[in-house]
Design a protein around this ligand. Structure first.
Ligand code: CMC
Length: 380
């Protein structure tokens, strides 16, 4: 509270701005539900395609519904050649910047771009979910002087992405690891990027613009950028024995340990355990168990912070998994975005279906009624 009596909510911390029936988070006990379904059930029993259907339509699909929906996703993976040209032109940028730019370019080729009906947002959401992996994979090929690998309609969403990115058909286990990763990243309430997407949608802009906003917001290390930072940290730590000293040094210098802490979760981030399990098993299988050991060493060193509500978050183990799958570090954040596209579409549907312009206030603390001095009379 300031002298004016205005209460400031920095970072909108703890502020409710709307109601939603799509995502429930209880950060005190580490509970996450998509449309009422527990994230643990979805991660263990579902597929990304099924979860996207659940998010967009509000119910789990029947077998024929899922089959038609999956066909829709598979048949929308190709990019217009104009978008591939744009990717070529910006190929030296960070993959997240390329993704943002290419999604923006896709709007020029989408016949529904200005249709903000729920049906059109769902159609566009499906197309963007299907096209975004092709952007990331094609860019990686193009920047390495290679032709993009064509989408393969025989492969599921996650498997096709890995195939296009690495030009190698993944095993069923590799596909499933990324499939689960996409499920865990698909939706997360009014997180920073979804809120930003809602702000864009609230002006009655369009889905492509909202997703571009979301990608730009996700990029930062306090949000989606942490997985890349965690892997860099694991490399810098080098061996499990170094973890405690490394953590102490960062914390003594008032730094932050990436992959720890969350605005909402003050207990376990329920998404993290699924990635921890896979980080451990994949590392053991690939003969590289030290990544998981380094990460658990860091986790051990951070134990005193649990009393302050600081636990590992979804990004902590994700980087090691991507690394073990052979994915370059600068593609870690784009992978988060590929999972989150349906969540952004869902937030735009919710915002648009009961819209009010999002326009908060800042309390003015500057001077009043300052005399205007012509430029030639100003003192240097
Ligand atoms: N390492 C060390 N100290 C931390 C950390 C951390 N990772 N996170 C929070 N703190 C401390 C922070 O220094 C502050 O201490 P003090 O009160 O003494 O100044 C206190 O905890 C509160 O921090 P805050 O930044 O005010 O709290 P927040 O709710 O805004 O923090 C966060 C959320 C994610 C920005 C923060 O935990 C952080 O910077 N984490 C590291 C980056 C990261 O892993 N981001 C991925 C988030 S999960 C993916 C997603 O859903 O976006």
């Amino acid at each position: 509270m300031t002298n004016s009596g205005i209460e400031i909510h920095k970072g909108l911390n703890g502020v409710y701005f709307d109601r939603s029936d799509s995502c429930f988070i209880d950060g005190g006990i580490g509970k996450l539900l998509y449309r009422g379904y527990d994230i643990h059930d979805l991660a263990e029993k579902s597929t990304f395609e099924e979860v996207v259907y659940l998010l967009l339509y509000g119910k789990l699909p029947t077998i024929p519904e899922l089959s038609a929906f999956d066909n829709d996703l598979r048949s929308n993976r190709e990019l217009p050649s104009g978008v591939l040209d744009v990717i070529e032109a910006v190929k030296n940028a960070h993959p997240m910047d390329v993704l943002r730019t290419a999604v923006s370019a896709l709007s020029a080729f989408d016949e529904d771009v200005d249709d903000n009906s729920t049906e059109a947002i769902i159609r566009k959401g499906i197309r963007l979910t299907a096209q975004a992996p092709t952007i990331v994979a094609s860019h990686h090929r193009i920047r390495n002087g290679k032709s993009p690998v064509k989408p393969n309609s025989r492969l599921n969403h996650a498997g096709n992405f890995l195939n296009m990115l690495l030009d190698k058909e993944p095993t069923a286990e590799e596909s499933r690891i990324l499939d689960v990763d996409f499920i865990l990243h698909a939706e997360h309430g009014s997180n920073a990027s979804a809120f930003a997407a809602r702000v864009t949608a609230s002006t009655v802009s369009d889905l492509h613009s909202a997703v571009v906003t979301g990608i730009g917001t996700l990029k930062g290390p306090l949000h989606g950028g942490a997985a890349e930072a965690v892997q860099k940290m694991a490399e810098a730590v080098g061996t499990p024995e170094n973890a405690a000293a490394y953590v102490k040094n960062i914390l003594d210098n008032k730094g932050r340990i990436m992959g720890f802490g969350h605005r909402v979760y003050k207990a376990e981030d329920p998404r993290a355990r699924h990635l921890a399990e896979r980080s451990e098993s994949l590392g053991a299988e690939r003969g590289e168990p030290h990544w998981f050991q380094i990460l658990t060493g860091i986790q051990e060193a951070m134990k005193p912070y649990q009393s302050r509500g600081i636990y590992v978050n979804v990004d902590f183990f994700a980087g090691s998994i991507y690394y073990l799958l052979g994915i370059p570090e600068d593609i870690f954040v784009p992978i988060f975005a590929l999972g989150r596209v349906p969540g952004w579409a869902l937030n735009v549907i919710e915002q648009s279906s009961n819209n009010m312009l999002i326009r908060p206030l800042t309390e003015y603390t500057g001077p009043f009624d300052v005399e205007y001095v012509p430029i030639e009379d100003r003192e240097s």
